[in-house]
Design a protein around this ligand. Structure first.
Ligand code: DP6
Length: 320
């Protein structure tokens, strides 16, 4: 009986992916840049069984995304029925990129259990088909996800690259959990709503291409200040786009706003720190490691913060 276990870290985007150029192959409309979080992990085991079963954090679930992904995979390769067991050490479906680490670990585990011999390109392409940000968790550390221009997109019309490993730039991330219940709009649904309804969508896509190029330069020069400004801008533009969609998507809560005020005060004191927020109410603060205690201490004073997590930059998905 074939079986394998893999682990992967979620990642947070500093230049955001929001919007799809192609839904069949899940090709993003925007290039994105992310860092993986070493302290947060998803561990996934796949093993042959009599029927498909998905167990996430101890609960048997009907996961449409995983089922569709398996269906598509089985159109390409022969696979037996599987039990997929996945455990994460952080809240799932709450804007903490659990689908990114989930599909990255699942892809790695399947590749290993059935000796598929997938190279990194095939792993990132299949993980991306499950959830596009998962491709960046396959490569981990500092990763880019870039759509490749094509009139007839296929599964490989996208590039995922680890541009630097986890030791490149010693930065810390503090995650303020302000609500750990699942989000109202999944990213998949939310970004299709933005594409179909927001007047700002095309400016979002074109300006993200510019932000991406500037962010790559900032990372190459370890220019924290410039990276902070671009990440802040990309985050604000994505949330403005969400708000301008019909129906409007507002992922923040009042504690999210209080955390933002706290970080803004640190920025006003000229401290090297910035925050970013994905499709959920959690606030992710990035700073040099020697500022972690200050950030933790300030965010701990915000009433409504349920939990604070701290992390360094982590690597890619791997079999264990
Ligand atoms: C806001 O990768 O979860 O976190 O491809 O539809 O599964 P699907 O979307 P997903 O979207 C992530 C959106 C984001 C920004 C980002 O990670 O770049």
């Amino acid at each position: 009986m074939s079986s394998a276990t893999a682990i992967a870290h979620p990642n947070i985007a500093l230049v955001k992916y929001w919007g799809k150029a192609n839904t069949e192959y899940n090709i993003p409309a925007t290039p994105s840049l992310s860092i993986a979080l070493s302290a947060l992990t998803t561990e996934t085991t796949v093993s042959e069984n009599d029927s498909d079963q998905v167990v996430i954090n101890g609960l048997l679930v009907a996961d449409k995304k995983i089922n569709l992904w398996l269906e598509r995979l089985r159109q390409e390769i022969e696979l037996p029925s599987l039990t997929i067991t996945s455990e994460s050490n952080f809240p799932v479906s709450a804007g903490l990129a659990s689908s990114a680490s989930g599909f990255a670990a699942l892809t790695e585990a399947i590749s290993s259990a059935f000796d598929l011999g997938w190279d990194i390109k095939q792993k990132t392409d299949w993980a991306r088909r499950g959830s596009a940000s998962a491709a960046r968790s396959v490569t981990g550390a500092w990763s880019t996800l870039v759509p490749l221009a094509s009139d007839h997109p296929t599964i490989d019309s996208c590039d995922t690259t680890q541009i630097h490993d986890e030791s490149y730039w010693d930065l810390a991330v503090v995650v303020a959990i302000t609500d750990d219940t699942p989000k109202l709009f999944s990213s998949t649904i939310g970004m299709e709503l933005s594409r179909a309804t927001s007047d700002y969508y095309s400016s979002w896509v074109s300006s993200t291409h510019r932000d991406f190029t500037s962010a790559l330069n900032a990372v190459a020069q370890k220019d924290f200040q410039t990276l902070a400004e671009i990440a802040d801008f990309s985050c604000r533009k994505m949330h403005a786009l969400m708000l301008s969609s019909i129906p409007a998507m507002m992922y923040w809560n009042s504690t999210t706003l209080d955390c933002i005020q706290v970080i803004k005060k640190l920025i006003a004191q000229k401290l090297p720190v910035f925050f970013t927020i994905d499709a959920g109410p959690q606030v992710k603060t990035i700073c040099p490691p020697d500022l972690t205690d200050t950030v933790l201490e300030r965010l701990a004073q915000v009433s409504g913060v349920k939990k604070l997590l701290q992390s360094k930059i982590g690597g890619g998905a791997r079999s264990i």
